[in-house]
Ligand binder design. Sequence first.
Ligand code: ASP
Length: 301
Amino acid sequence: MPDDAIVAHENGIANALAAGYGLLERGASAVDAVEAAVAVMEDDETFDAGRGSFLTQDGRVQMDALLMNGENLRTGGVACVERIRNPIHAARLVLDHSPHVYFVGTGAERFARQHGMALCDNMELVIPREQERLYRAQADERAGLGDTTFSGPLDGVAGGGGMDSHDTVGAVALDAQGNIAAGTSTGGTLNKAPGRVGDSSLIGCGCYADNLSAAVSLTGWGEPIMKLVLGKWAVDRVAAGASPEAAAQEAIAYLFDRLGGHGGIILLGPDGRFGLAHNTPRMAWGVQTPAGAQLGVTRNL
Ligand code: ASP
């Protein structure tokens, strides 16, 4: 993220923590807390989720989200939705009310509407900042400056032809009953082809939760994360005895060593130990425990 976006990211994460942790303090479940935290970030235009998401090649917002309950492995996912303000709420409806795990496109929107969710017009989710960003990305592409969909060099090039910011949102939580949950929500990558689904909402890729291992949410270049099923890979390390801190570092190292991928991970065990790691230049994160809240934007470069 650019320097001038750091404060907005920290504020957005502080608001998400307050919403999620406030629920946990009142005895809510980890799933409730994760859903609430993610929804706050979807509503915040700072992030690439909900309104303010990156745009597809044809200038539309197309979003993916997954929510998973580590207590019983109940899961809800939606992808390629265009008319839902909070895809994480739609994912919750799938988790709660469907024998299925995953809905896409108009089927997902229909399911959400049938379960009481109001649909919106896609243009209500599109903001001028993203129209401008898409315009620049497509101009760069035409000028032969390269792909802007996270395959560029880490430091980017003048005019924006390198890696743009990636602002997928995610949360993991542990509740008073000892259950963990995870959620991830995204507008995907800038200038993506319509219909493209990334890692974020795919079970075991950008999100996973199991009380027997850990809860995880990832961000970053989706295709390599998907190929490695990296979320499941990371929680399995915890199940095999690694600390969440070590497993987070190992997962990001594996992503880079194996496929040259870039991303970030948050990982939480059912014992409350957590880890985070990223090999992007920066990642914004926050954690709240009974001892208080911590917020940060860590840097790699
Ligand atoms: N992982 C997301 C995707 O590939 C993008 C991101 O995390 O920013 O759709």
